[in-house]
Ligand binder design. Structure first.
Ligand code: NAD
Length: 498
């Protein structure tokens, strides 16, 4: 195992991929660098897998699905995933340091990206063990006499899982563990910026669990072609993907010739409708905090704040105060709650969108650049843009930075119309002193999920998915588990009938 520990806390993950039960480097020997975004230094190398490596991983997953008992042996799967939960728990601090090294996620807020997904492994193992795979729906009249019908829930087959960099370990787990527990075999392709969160997962599976060769594979690569090859491969039955809407469209198109089942969790541009009777001192500091934690690199972030014109300046002042006092800095220092953007390119994109907002008439209330005290590392100032035109680029494009745009509205109907004025439909938020009034607004938002008065919609037992161009299908909840199963209805004679 190749690990490099340094005094700063930076930790390089395992360089190897997992293909057909073997931890291995790509045959060409090619590698690519992993940069620590808080120091801009090279933290280490990852093996640069090829389309050929992906082909071998898919072949292994296909063979493991078609020729082993994995898909039928529920007890064994429960055993293996319980082992995986324990192994991840043992490796927790190592995984946390890899996460901070790759993403720059502050240690203070890393729990939701490490502890939560590890707990989810146990949840899925137990959920899958207790799931009712055979459901008798009773006797149905037909033209040829009564027929009893049973639904048999069966795994889909070989699942390709493609993940993004913003919450890499969490999403690697969220996309693969329910799929495995449901009896599928899996090929995981982690994002280029976060290869070790994937390769460490592969190492733990290979070295610390009984998961058989070929059942779980990880192919690390710096090339988009390798993910594209997975999504087009006819031996793959399903793609589960989290990432940008642009890539989601490419994956849908690549799967079309083989009518691949496709689960997509894509981009968002969520709105927070603050009604005129809301408690501004409760909801707006929280809104500002959510924009900065994770450096704004969150798909569900309600980044468009809609304020009633009657209380507009009051709301802006509260947001400004919170953003100007927000603890930004070294992710290894406890107490800091906003780290850097993940890469120089991402920060340039964020700064460019801020500039486009100002150019289109928005008022820069605070931030807008690089913090003066943090010249090294890809840090961005918490930024507040007011008077944002709802049709402008900064109001329409996903920013993925610590930026809130604020737009005034006159009536509740206006607020709903502005909130829905987007190609996305991932999340949303409503704040009001009257929960019924907020609920009525929430039902009018064309979006997959809504938070009212800070009470989060997100959790392992509740379905989560986007509408419009934010996705297809669900993670979490019963709906999320069933995504990895086919419902086969079997009609048969009603043996109980006289
Ligand atoms: P991305 O779409 O650029 O990349 C995601 C993954 O797709 C990477 O592993 C990448 O290598 C791979 N990929 C790239 N081109 C591909 C192709 N043609 N075929 C197959 N795979 C390909 O996204 P990103 O920049 O890594 O992540 C940020 C995006 O993810 C944001 O849009 C964010 O909103 C979204 N996201 C959504 C959710 C959600 O639950 N809806 C959660 C987290 C992130």
């Amino acid at each position: 195992m190749t690990t490099v520990e340094t005094e700063s806390g930076v930790l390089a993950g395992d360089e190897r991929m997992l293909i057909d039960g073997e931890l291995q480097l790509t045959s060409s020997g090619a590698t690519f660098e992993v940069i620590h975004p808080a120091s801009e230094e090279v933290a280490g190398q990852a093996t640069d897998g090829t389309v050929d490596d992906m082909g071998r991983a898919v072949a292994a997953a296909r063979r493991a699905f078609d020729e082993t008992d994995w898909s039928r042996d529920l007890e064994f799967r429960h055993h293996c995933l319980t082992q995986l939960h324990e192994a991840l728990e043992r490796n927790k601090e190592r995984l946390r340091r890899i996460l901070i090294t790759e993403v720059g996620c502050p240690v203070t807020v890393s729990g939701s990206q490490i502890e939560s997904p590890i707990e989810e492994v146990k949840h899925w193992a137990d959920h899958g063990k207790n799931f009712e795979y055979l459901v008798d729906t009773g006797v149905h009249p037909t033209q040829l006499g009564p027929a009893r019908r049973k639904i048999h829930y069966e795994p889909v087959g070989v699942v390709g899982a493609i993940t993004p960099w913003n919450v890499p370990f969490y999403l690697n787990i969220a996309e693969t563990v329910p799929a495995l527990m449901a009896g599928n075999t899996v090929v995981l392709k982690p994002a280029q910026l976060t290869p070790w969160s994937g390769s460490e997962y592969g190492r733990i599976v290979a070295e610390e669990t009984d998961i058989p060769a070929g059942v779980f594979n990880v192919v690390v690569s710096n090339a988009n072609e390798v993910g594209a090859a997975l999504s087009a491969d006819p031996r793959v039955d399903m793609i589960t993907f989290t990432g940008s809407t642009a890539t989601g469209r490419a994956i849908l198109a690549a799967g079309a010739p083989t009518v691949k089942k496709t689960l997509l969790e894509l981009g968002g541009k969520s709105a927070h409708i603050v009604l005129d009777d809301a408690d501004f001192n409760a909801c707006l500091p929280l809104a500002a905090m959510m924009a900065c934690v994770m450096s704004g690199q969150s798909c569900i972030l309600p980044s468009r704040i809609l304020l009633p014109r009657s209380r507009y300046e009051e709301g802006l002042e509260i947001l400004k105060t919170m953003m100007e006092g927000f603890p930004v800095g070294d992710p290894w220092t406890p107490g800091n709650m906003q780290g850097p953007q993940i890469s120089k390119t991402q920060r340039q994109k964020v700064l460019g969108l801020i500039r486009s907002g100002i150019d289109s008439g928005a008022r820069l209330v605070t931030g807008g650049g690089v913090p003066e005290n943090l010249p090294v590392g890809y840090y961005t100032q918490p930024t507040l843009l007011a008077d944002v035109d709802p049709d402008s680029q900064v109001a329409q494009d996903e920013i993925f930075g610590p930026v809130l745009t604020v737009t005034p509205y006159d009536t509740d109907d206006d607020a709903v119309a502005i909130a829905n004025n987007t190609i996305y439909g991932l999340s949303g938020e409503v704040s009001s002193g009257d929960v019924d009034r907020a609920f009525a607004i929430a039902t009018r938002m064309r979006t997959g999920n809504v938070t009212i008065n800070g009470k989060s919609h997100f959790g392992i037992t509740s379905p989560f998915g986007g509408t419009k161009q934010s996705g297809l299908g669900y993670r979490n909840g019963e709906e999320g588990y069933k995504e990895y199963l086919e419902a086969k209805t079997i009609g048969m004679p009603d043996t109980a009938a006289p």
